[in-house]
Design a binder for this molecule. Sequence first.
Ligand code: ZN
Length: 653
Amino acid sequence: MPSFRLSALALALVLSPVHAEQASPAKPATEITRERNQAWLQRLPFADRADFDAASRGLIEPFTGVVENADGKPVWNRMAYNFLDGNAPASVNPSLWRIAQLNNIAGLFEVRERVYQIRGMDLSNMTLIEGDSGLIIIDPLISTETARAGLELYYKHRPRKPVVAVIYSHSHVDHFGGVRGVIDEADVKAGKVKVIAPEGFYEHAVSENVLAGPAMMRRAQYMYGALLPRGERGQVDSGLGKGTPSNATVTLIAPTDLIAEPLETHVVDGVEIEFQLTPGTEAPAEMNMYFPQFKTLCMAENATHTQHNVLTLRGALVRDSKIWAHYLDDALMRYGDKAEVLFAQHHWPTWGGGKIREYLADQRDMYAFLDSQTLRLINQGLTPTEIAAKLQSLPPRLASKWYSRDYYGSLSHNVRAVYQRYMGFYDGNPANLDPLPPEDAGRRYVAAMGGADAVLQTARQAFADGDYRWAAQLLNHLVFAEPDNAAARQLQADTLEQLGYQSENATWRNVYLSGAHELREGVAKSRARYGAPDLVRALTPSMFFDYLAVRIDAMKAADEDLLINWRFTDLDEDYALTLRNGVLTQRKGSRHAKADVDLSMTKALLDRIALKETGFLKEATIGGIEFESGRFKLLKLLGGLEEANPQFNLVTP
Ligand SMILES: [Zn+2]
């Protein structure tokens, strides 16, 4: 029987396998890499240590240990990063090393009276606001384990008052996944705890990672360096924080209160909060918050100490940097003259009105720059790689600010993302309209260059010259032409590794080093992942049918014609599905006059099937699913569904 398991379980980023602990085959930095990394020390104001002061300010208790799950497996191991001490080694870009150290300052912090943060115990921050009678938590981290540990750390130092509200700042999993670690759903249902979110939160929380979920999850392994050992030749950071937890329990409780107006003011447990919706910025559903009593501004993930992603390397719909800049300006206008401290849901806060205004204005300019300057060059006829080559830096004053650096997003990939947003995949050059795929092109390039040995020789020279980007392009042709060519794989691994060592961007480093690792060691088998039943339950029938459609091989099903009436009795919802020309389409709230398949079931049962608690075939047999007609036709269709490949190749064909 087909598995209905929506393999990504929507969660893309998280549930990565346990970090490889084996001896790393990583090689040292070359002399050229060492020199290039050294040159960064002159390029940026390393003597400015203000961020270290800010990142340590208000520290109540550092977190230095390990958070484990119920099975005793490590979820979060702060000690894996103890190597981040002293000056940058030759194998790490000094600017990245610096933020890796900053992100390593972990524990419980007082931001100001009644406002506390847990930082460095997960990828994101958990903010705790002390209300009149209880606690308001903004963003309960990714996993229940880390969230609970964070809350306990807070209670060690502060009164053990109940959590009376959770606010989700936006729809990404690192901002809600730990919710069941800090509140009980029974209390939510009893009206004792509010869950507040921006409009669209619940749908976006699950939808962004469903249809392309398996592929996003695979690429997220690269982006966060999930398979890499931690160390100066391995993963050192993720730009936004250290990394994502392993073996973690991800949960979701639906919001009880949605913020739907551009600006809404609510009083929660005596705390006045002005919510500023910022849809379509860093996440499709996101909001900033201003606390007038505390003169404190929460910028969610819209303004962090990095240039963020217009398009994340794990893959996503491209974001709108112009809207992003617009909402940053809006926040500056509304709160710039009032706020005494600004915090976000990653990194450390900024104190002082002048600094806050400069920070918001700079962040606004950064996202506006990405948009307008890419468009300017598009209109000069430049193509994505040319624009990335031309825009090597932000304007000098902005580029010298640490919070504009390329730690998570990068100028290079963001300008290409802006190109993609406006212009799409085609660069306008007909020679690029119908290129040969990598293996076909690789074989021809290798032949044209005089065979594998000649390519290797040229690539070795490029490597020796420190021309690593060129070496990587050359060797990619050879590896795709001859995936078993051990010398080519090794040299490509060495090449990607040096590129990783030189990267200022944490995610670039992680993808380069992950590629090198897999060229040497092969692709690790997929391991058991911890599920997220809440996210499966949050999928609507429409999302479910969309994902079903993605798993049908149209050529194999090309001759099938099937009209399906599918009713969910507990939702009182009908869906009319049509399989025609190998594609499955759906109409909500509709029924075919005469269907080949007619069935009814509960959505709750569908969830149980998706979670593998029971089987579709079994339920169809014992009557959990009721068929008016067409049982075998539907079973045949489901039996032919294609499974996604969770560990597909990236650096080899
Ligand atoms: Zn985040």
